[in-house]
Write a protein that binds this ligand. Structure first.
Ligand SMILES: C[S@@+](CC[C@H](N)C(=O)[O-])C[C@H]1O[C@@H](n2cnc3c(N)ncnc32)[C@H](O)[C@@H]1O
Length: 239
């Protein structure tokens, strides 16, 4: 009888040890997955935006970003005119991609920091800079969670079709604010959150109401919102 109880206890112990080991292993795998996720600094929504975009190859994306169809709705000349005098200004273009705006800003005489998280886009833009001997564009590889700006480094930060790719935006854009000189500004251009023929699916876009709320949380007190200049995108100038 004694022996039977002893055996039962051993079996029970073995079973509970196996169960605990299994639970421990599950916990470790979850922690690892979580830490890798945090390491890349991407939330689910941000993953969605970047994963959705990268369903196309970078070569295809560049063709699309630089296409005449994009020019037709992006109206870059009107946008640059709207931004005013750019000559001599220090401007960071966050999520520069193929350099659609970085190159145009540089051609207007700005000193541009073309910032991106992606090596392929940075590589393609480097070739473009070299081929066109553009001396006033600097490339800056940045992490997902920071623009890596020095305090008061730039007069303007421009972010086009990339706001919805950023996670923890209030925190991110308070870092951006520190990098902008006191008289400088943040300019956001992004898609209206509705069905339109261009841009990502509606649920990847961020509504104007949310953008304004997040910018206030980030410390911006003056927001100038333009919804008329472009057919599919709003422009916010924030200080
Ligand atoms: C839709 S593209 C826009 C490119 C460019 N601004 C334009 O208007 O053609 C989005 C860009 O943002 C970059 N990006 C994604 N997440 C980012 C992040 N957290 N910080 C900076 N850039 C990011 C991508 O690598 C990509 O180059």
């Amino acid at each position: 009888m004694k022996l039977k109880i002893h055996e039962y206890q051993k079996t029970y112990l073995a079973m509970s040890t196996t169960k605990n080991l299994f639970l421990l292993a599950t916990l470790m795998v979850s922690c690892l997955a979580f830490s890798q996720h945090k390491h890349h600094g991407k939330s689910d929504s941000t993953n969605t935006a970047n994963e959705y975009m990268h369903r196309s190859s970078v070569d295809d994306l560049i063709m699309r970003f630089e296409s005449p169809e994009r020019d037709a709705y992006q109206k870059p000349d009107m946008v640059l005119e709207y931004l005013g005098e750019l000559k001599g200004k220090q401007i960071m273009d966050i999520g520069a991609g193929s350099g659609y705006f970085s190159v145009k800003l540089a051609e207007k005489g700005a000193q541009v920091i073309a910032a991106d998280v992606n090596d392929e886009f940075q590589g393609a833009l480097k070739m473009r800079i070299d081929e066109n001997k553009l001396e006033n564009i600097e490339l800056r590889k940045i992490p997902y969670d920071s623009p890596n700006l020095e305090d008061n480094e730039v007069d303007m930060v421009l972010i086009v079709n990339t706001y919805h790719h950023i996670e923890n935006r209030s925190d991110y854009f308070s870092k951006v604010k520190k990098g902008i000189k006191p008289e400088g500004e943040l300019v956001i251009i992004d898609f209206f959150k509705k069905e339109i023929p261009v841009g990502p699916p509606v649920d990847h876009k961020v509504s104007l109401v949310t953008v304004k709320k997040e910018l206030k949380e980030a410390g911006y007190t003056q927001l100038d919102v333009n919804v008329d200049l472009l057919p599919y995108q709003f422009i916010i100038r924030a200080k």
